[in-house]
Ligand binder design. Structure first.
Ligand code: SF4
Length: 181
């Protein structure tokens, strides 16, 4: 399956609310894939995931660890902006999952880092509070094989709760370590 797509109409509501499909970016040459939730307003406008303030945080955090943004793959659980930035519905996550799985299978990363509750729940298939799994190194069946998934808080979380920054730092340091090893 082609994971970079230019047309898809599986989700009626998201087809209405999006301006464009936002595919993942980056080469994953480091061996890490970061998975977010869904495009927001700026992503929808620019056609790239994790731009704007939370994207800046992610890029800064990667750069602080000697990693350029385009050395990793940055993608989302759904590729179309939900109306009013609501969470994607379960059916929409399921509709879009084959693209994400195809992307992960094709890139075959050493580690997947989920950014926030929605992508973590999407890939782990069950999760309570983020604090129960953040920073854990979990073996999860994703697509063709079992993969290492490390959940992290969404980068935007530290913008309104600075206490999360240390956890985000520790988690991203570990993700980069795994990808480099
Ligand atoms: S979110 Fe994914 S499955 Fe739904 S319409 Fe967009 S590209 Fe298709």
């Amino acid at each position: 399956m082609n994971y970079t797509i230019d047309s898809c109409e599986r989700c009626d509501a998201l087809v209405e609310s999006r301006s464009r499909i936002v595919n993942g970016v980056g080469k994953a040459s480091l061996g890490a894939v970061f998975v977010g939730e869904a495009p927001g307003a700026q992503e929808d406008e620019q056609g790239e995931p994790f731009v704007g303030r939370s994207g800046d945080v992610l890029t800064e955090k990667l750069n602080e660890r000697g990693v350029a943004r385009d050395e990793v793959r940055i993608t989302n659980s759904v590729r179309c902006r939900p109306p009013d930035n609501r969470d994607p519905h379960v059916s929409e996550l399921e509709n879009c999952r084959p693209y994400l799985v195809a992307e992960i299978d094709a890139l075959d990363p050493d580690v997947i880092c989920t950014l926030g509750r929605v992508p973590t729940k999407n890939l782990l298939d069950c999760v309570g509070a983020m604090r129960e799994v953040v920073g854990e190194e979990l073996r999860v069946e994703v697509g063709a094989k079992e993969r290492l998934v490390v959940p992290c808080y969404h980068p935007a979380a530290m913008l309104y709760d600075r206490s999360k920054e240390d956890v985000i730092d520790e988690t991203l340091t570990r993700v980069v370590e795994i990808a480099r090893s």
